[in-house]
Design a protein around this ligand. Sequence first.
Ligand code: NDP
Length: 444
Amino acid sequence: MKKKTVGQPKSGDGDTVHSPLVTYASMISLLTLCPPFVILLWYTMTAADGSVSETWNYLKQNGVQGFLDIWPRPTATAYKIIVVYGLFEAALQLLLPAKTVYGPISPTGHQPVYKANGVAAYLVTLITYMALWWFGIFNPTVVYDHLGEIYSALIFGSFVFCILLYIKGHLAPSSTDSGSSGNIIIDFYWGMELYPRIGKYFDIKVFTNCRFGMMSWAVLALTYCIKQYEENGKVSDSMLVNTALMLIYVTKFFWWEAGYWNTMDIAHDRAGFYICWGCLVWVPSVYTSPGMYLVNHPVNLGIQLAISILLAGILCIFINYDCDRQRQEFRRTNGKSTVWGKAPSKIEASYTTTTGETKRSLLLTSGWWGLSRHFHYVPEILAAFFWTVPALFNHFLPYFYVIFLTILLFDRAKRDDDRCRSKYGKYWKLYCDKVPYRIIPGIY
Ligand code: NDP
């Protein structure tokens, strides 16, 4: 008998992955545990020397009241920083000159149109931030000093934001790619709209995922570096390696931002708590946490080790980029690009949309995509390891992001496989026969 499953509501091309029990349990746990986790992570990194056992002992002694005592209340300063930053990024998204880019055609036949100005927004943001510091107008250490309050304000503010998204999904969806699963928790958690917009041009997911979330990663990486400099009069080589790698990674992201608009986050995952709260709160806190740790732990690696880690990290970021580039060039040229100097090997697949139309698509089966079906996750995880390892091994917590990312990407590979199987049917099976490993060639 076919197991009944629940999960993300259809964006039209396949949906369910886990059993109802697992789905509800994971949704409820993430909704309730992520907010306090963000606060505990910040507290442990900044006030408990990065030591999980120190925080644990504190909580054991002081109980729930102790936890409430360390949870910073959102302050006016925190809200001011968030609102000014958010408005600045929204203005750049709307106003900077941009190339018009078309997203993938959705299962209901809708094709989103974007303004691609990510690199310009990234450069303007970082130059403005550094200039504000350099000319003494705003000191980034203020952000670090109010980090707990900022996370607290983000936690509550983003929750309200997701409620508004839910209401908008019901009352005023922006496109045909919208709908309810019939369950309020699923609708809130997974979202209702695939492409919510304000007006014709302001794309909400581009704002939450790219211009707020990913941009804050770069801004906070610089903030941590500046904080260490202002505290110690110099920046340790471990902090330099960490900041350089995180900035290279985020630069790569904005360089490739229009490509990101073709990925699962944008083209398949709807705008709800999972994606939007994740990008507004989890990215600025958890993704940046190795740098947050290093502020008060200026490890000295020595030039040789520092350069080795830096080069290994850059190589991983490059391979990850090249995997994405290879797939997108292959699709863009309709299978006519060269892959590792040769004509690509491919599967010509077809699938049926929700409106009953038959469409064709190509699956690349050579290059990185011939090693395993999600090989790009291997360099993604390794890159995160390399920007964390400058913290060395005194504490476990700086490695939380690497562990979280590994779990996230292994789950994502399964979700994507399931989705592609239901979309492409026998063609996906052909791909699995030809490329049997899901992530790690020869192992998994
Ligand atoms: P992608 O969306 O880029 O790739 C998966 C999609 O590609 C599939 O859904 C399918 O879509 C298509 N596809 C699958 N196999 C093939 C093939 N052989 N040939 C052509 N197309 C294929 O994946 P992700 O969104 O997961 O990853 C994008 C990037 O983002 C990666 O670099 C990843 O590492 C990174 N990432 C980072 C995360 C983080 O938190 N740091 C989290 C997630 C991703 P279709 O329906 O079009 O066929």
